[in-house]
Design a protein around this ligand. Structure first.
Ligand code: ADP
Ligand code: MG
Length: 246
């Protein structure tokens, strides 16, 4: 379980997260929605210790993110995929995927290659094993990014707007993969602007507004007229995203 309690995060005098309480259980698929600048990325970065938290606590299966010795365990449990494909340009696709399992998990090269190859197959990119990132489309890079995250066999997969720099066709490719993962039972926390996708795959929707959780509801309730949609802030957001037909 990921447990976030009374989380505050400031960047000097800018308060970005203002008392976030959030709990994500094993097996849940949670989508985080919210306007630009509401603190979604900061929240995701705090969860795996990429940002130092100002106050409050975050624990991942009991490991404290703020404790340097426990952070390593947190990072083994959480793999993140970001909007910007951060593949290593000088490594082949397969080497990008096998690097961390070999270096961090101590997996044998043979085993890492075998698993990496199977992951590539699962995203339909077996033929790209020896290609370099520069030779791939954005959608392909992002599918490789997902393989790389999954190669660490994470307990939690964190996704921060993984499709927002992709065109609609590539977005569809990537969403298809993510959908398959959720049906395989992965725990996923996903920041997304793909409202229909969030509606389809999520167990819960968390709506972040100016650094606070405005709503944290089972998706049926979030998208109900007398539920999340009754909140003017959320209704306005969804209308802007073009997902409410009145
Ligand atoms: P979102 O992902 O919801 O769009 P972010 O978490 O990226 O929002 O940003 C929330 C706020 O925090 C924004 O005002 C942003 O400018 C600010 N911010 C994010 N990262 C930093 C940083 N490293 N230094 C200073 N301000 C930051
Ligand atoms: Mg963001």
């Amino acid at each position: 379980m990921i447990e976030i309690k009374d989380l505050y995060k400031n960047f000097s005098d800018l308060e970005v997260l203002k008392g976030v309480d959030l709990c994500i259980k094993h097996g849940e698929v949670v989508s985080i929605l919210g306007g630009s600048g509401s603190g979604k990325s900061t929240l995701m970065r705090c969860i795996n210790g990429l940002e130092e938290i100002t106050s409050g606590t975050i624990s991942v299966d009991g490991y404290d993110v703020a404790d340097k010795d426990q952070l390593r365990d947190v990072r083994k449990k959480c793999s993140t995929v970001f909007q910007q494909f951060d593949l290593y340009p000088h490594l082949s696709v397969l080497d990008n995927i096998t690097l961390a399992p070999i270096k961090v998990l101590g997996e044998s090269k043979e085993s890492a290659i075998e698993k990496g190859t199977a992951l590539l197959e699962s995203v339909g990119l077996s033929d790209k094993a020896n290609a370099y990132p520069a030779q791939l489309s954005g959608g392909q890079k992002q599918r490789i990014g997902i393989c790389r995250a999954l190669a660490m066999r994470p307990d939690y997969l964190l996704l921060d707007e993984v499709t927002s720099s992709l065109d609609p066709e590539m977005t569809a490719e990537v969403l298809e993969i993510l959908k398959k993962l959720t049906s395989d039972g992965i725990t996923m926390i996903s920041v997304t602007h793909e409202i229909e996708f969030a509606h389809e795959i999520s167990d819960r929707i968390v709506f972040l507004d100016e650094g606070r959780i405005l709503k944290d509801l089972p998706k049926e309730q979030f998208f109900a007229e007398d539920g999340g949609l009754a909140d003017p802030r959320i209704a306005k957001f969804l209308t802007k995203m073009g997902k409410v037909n009145g």
